[in-house]
Write a protein that binds this ligand. Sequence first.
Ligand code: PMP
Length: 308
Amino acid sequence: MPPLADYIWMNGEMTPWAEAKVHVMSHALHYGTSVFEGIRVYDTPDGPQGFRLTDHVRRLFDSARIYHFALPFTEDEVLDACKAIVRANGLKGAYLRPIAFLGECGMGVTPAKPQVDVTIAAFPWGAYLGDEALEKGMDACVSSWQRAAPNTVPTGAKAGGNYLSSYLIGREARVGGFGEGIGLGVDGRLSEGAGENLFIVREGRILTPSAASSILMGITRDTVLQLARDQGVEVVEQSLPREMLYLADEIFMTGTAAEITPVRSVDGIATRANGPGPVTKALNAAFRGLFTGDTPDRHGWLEPVYEG
Ligand code: PMP
C-alpha cells in the first residue's frame, strides 16, 4: 500500500509511514486484541477542526477499559497526539485512526504482562460508501449474519475482533451487489450496519435501534439525534422489528467514515422517498453546515487541531 501520508505517530514518535511496522507475532494479529477509533478532521473557515475529537478519545479509553488494556498514555496525551499527527502531515481535512493493541507479549491468549502499543495514522479519506451513495442513496440488504449476541463480545467496545462480524456482513452485501449490509441482533430485531448505525424515518419521527440492540454507540448517531432534536424532530431509540425497514419513508446510515448516507432500498424494497428524503436532507444540511459555518456549533463539537 503506498503511503497515504508522511508520518504515523507510533508510541510517542513521529515515524515515517513506511517504517511504522509491527511484528508478525503481535498478539493483536492473532487474537484481534485491539481497540481503535475513526475520527474526521474537517477543513472549516476557522481552520482544520477535529469533529468530537475528545468524545472519540474518551470512547477509545472506554473500549480499552472493557478489555483491561492499560494504555501507556493519558487521554490528554492521546488527544494532543491526534492533533500533532495532523499537523506533522500538513493535512487540512483528514481521517484519523488511533489504535491501541497488544503487541509482542507472548503467544498465550491471556499474557501475564499485556503490552499495549498505541499508534495514530492521519490521512485524507473521501466518502466511505461512495459519493453517489451520499447523493442518491444506496441499496442495502439484511445480512444472513447476525450481530454478536449480548454477553459474547461486547459491541459497545470498538474492538478489532468485532470487525470479523462487520467483514462478513459487508462482504456478503457487496458480493450480492448491494452497497452495505444490515445486521440483525440474535433476537431478530434491527441492530446496525457493518460499520454504521441505522435510522428509519416514518411519519415524521426518527427511529433508531437502542443501546440494547447490540450496536456500537456511534458518535455520529449521537450527533444526528442531537441535530434532530435541535430541529424539533421527534427521535425514538427503541427495539425495532426488521419489517420497519420495508415500511420506512426514509432510511439512512451514519458513521464517521460514512457520515450520513441515505439508503434508497433494502432487500429490493424501495423506501417511500426512494432516495434521500426531506428529513435526511435537512439533517445532512445541518451536519455539513457545521463544517462550512452555516450551522452554529452550539454543542462545542469542533476542536481546532492547529492550536495548542
Ligand atoms: N457501528 C459500527 C459497527 C461501526 O464500525 C461504526 C463506525 N465507527 C459505527 C457504528 C458508527 O460510529 P461513529 O459514528 O462513532 O463513527
